[in-house]
Design a protein around this ligand. Structure first.
Ligand code: PEP
Length: 254
């Protein structure tokens, strides 16, 4: 049985005090949710302050990005050892905003995925198609390419610690959600591709999250899909009530 995950990507939102307040509220609201892993993803500057307030809770802590080097002349970057030191056990990699605005390539994301594994950080690797690609019926081709590229050279034994987040770009922050059937089709395709590369055991173990305008009102039908193992949540992770409500629904998935 795969334990579902609800991860919040706070993006470039919340100052330190606000981030601590939100994290404390989420920790309290999800206390006792034993059937879901709940993860919060503040900005880099808020990681350590948030770690301090969630200590002792069940919440996981994710950075939204990291560099691949441990240290060096990379002005403005944050290293894997630094995010670990700040308290992270997770790292979001290859979010579509990083790919689009900061020109992260599939090669960069593959490099960072390897580095995350080496540092015992669990990567949440984001992939997804544009609206144009969906309309051209190139969705599966695109996501298969991105998953293969991100996982190139990754050992079978590490697959269980990697999370894939399928995030159709046209559904991020737009209020448009993929239908449960659209999400299931892509998730099942990714899982069967993992089975082809790594075998059925790895495919059964890897967790595949859906992301794209997930809200309290639509999470139930999304999580009901057999290959959806949770959600990566943007906007709705910025309020305690909406995020806890999403986590609660996932926690009660049969
Ligand atoms: C995201 O950015 O990862 C995301 C899914 O955002 P939203 O939930 O706001 O669409």
């Amino acid at each position: 049985m795969r334990k579902p995950i609800v991860a919040g990507n706070w993006k470039m939102n919340k100052h330190i005090g606000e981030a601590q307040e939100l994290a404390a509220g989420v920790a309290e609201g999800t206390n006792g949710f034993d059937d879901v892993e709940v993860v919060v993803g503040p900005t880099a500057i808020c990681l350590a302050p948030v770690a301090a307030v969630i200590e002792g809770s069940n919440l996981g802590l994710a950075a939204q990005n990291m560099h691949w080097a441990d240290s060096g002349a990379y002005t403005g970057e944050v290293s894997p050892t630094m995010i670990k030191d700040a308290g992270c056990d997770w790292v979001i990699l290859g979010h579509s905003e990083r790919r689009e605005y900061f020109h992260e390539s599939d090669k960069d994301i593959n490099h960072k995925t390897h580095v995350a594994i080496e540092h015992d950080l669990k990567p949440i690797v984001c992939i997804g198609e544009t609206l144009e690609e969906r309309e051209d019926e190139r969705t599966l081709q695109k996501v298969e390419f991105q998953v293969r590229a991100a996982l190139a050279g990754v050992n079978k034994s590490d697959i269980k610690n990697i999370v894939i987040a399928y995030e159709p770009i046209w559904a991020i922050g737009t209020g448009k959600t993929a239908s449960p059937e659209q999400a299931q089709e892509v998730h099942a395709d990714i899982r069967s591709m993992i089975a082809d590369i790594y075998g059925q055991e790895a495919a059964d173990a890897i967790r595949i999250l859906y992301g794209g305008s997930v809200k309290p009102h639509n999470i139930a039908e999304i999580i009901a899909q057999p290959d959806v193992d949770g959600a990566l949540v943007g906007g709705a992770s910025l309020e305690v009530d909406s995020f806890v409500s999403i986590a609660e629904t996932v926690n009660s998935k049969q």
